[in-house]
Ligand binder design. Structure first.
Ligand SMILES: CC(C)(COP(=O)(O)OP(=O)(O)OC[C@H]1O[C@@H](n2cnc3c(N)ncnc32)[C@H](O)[C@@H]1OP(=O)(O)O)[C@@H](O)C(=O)NCCC(=O)NCCS
Length: 161
């Protein structure tokens, strides 16, 4: 596994492990996603939302240090969404994001959920994970945004997203 360092790549000796998140992970997870929320890369999460995401979430760790997270939010027996996917900047580009998405997709398959979606600005990343804008049999997903600013934490409605 290689890590980019000032334009040079060096061999990374640390071992990356992916495991199912546990409820005890919730506090450090909230801390972990904070910088991504501050940069508007992820939506803000309350403690209650994190507790739910943890139940179907996966952590990436390097020597017990939390370096990545993704959760599969299950809406129905038909549909689930990849939520709160993030990898620490210095560990990006090493395949960790792809491993986290693969674990979420595996969970969806195990539960026989028909479709997994992602709402993202990292479309190339998700295409690399096998996602696409269209589904077989000429089906497409269409969206309508009902709130102007999902990052407005003073808006109490954001809790529901
Ligand atoms: C998006 C993100 C999770 C990707 O994680 P990562 O561990 O760096 O991704 P990987 O190393 O597994 O990359 C897998 C592939 O996607 C590509 N890729 C990664 N991030 C990409 C991006 N932003 N745009 C285009 N391609 C990207 C990689 O080059 C790699 O390609 P390859 O398989 O051909 O080598 C990470 O960049 C991140 O945490 N971003 C900030 C938070 C965010 O935007 N989350 C998504 C919200 S849905």
């Amino acid at each position: 596994m290689k890590r980019q360092t000032d334009g040079m790549s060096e061999t990374m000796n640390e071992h990356v492990s992916i495991r199912a998140a546990e409820k005890e992970d919730a506090a450090r997870l909230l801390e972990f996603i904070h910088p991504f929320v501050a940069e508007h890369r992820l939506l803000p999460r309350t403690e209650g939302e994190i507790d739910l995401l943890v139940r179907t979430g996966f952590l990436a760790e390097v020597d017990k240090k939390l370096v990545g997270f993704a959760s599969l939010e299950i809406y129905s027996s038909k549909l689930a969404e990849i939520r709160s996917l993030a990898v620490s900047p210095i560990y990006q580009g090493l395949g960790i994001g792809k491993l986290l998405v693969a674990r979420c997709v595996e969970m969806a398959r195990e539960r026989r959920i028909l479709e997994v979606m992602a709402i993202t600005s990292s479309e190339e990343f998700f295409k690399g994970c096998g996602f696409d804008f269209i589904l077989p049999r000429e089906r497409k997903a269409l969206f309508l945004e009902t709130f102007q600013d999902p990052y407005d934490v003073s808006d109490p409605e954001h809790i529901e997203r």
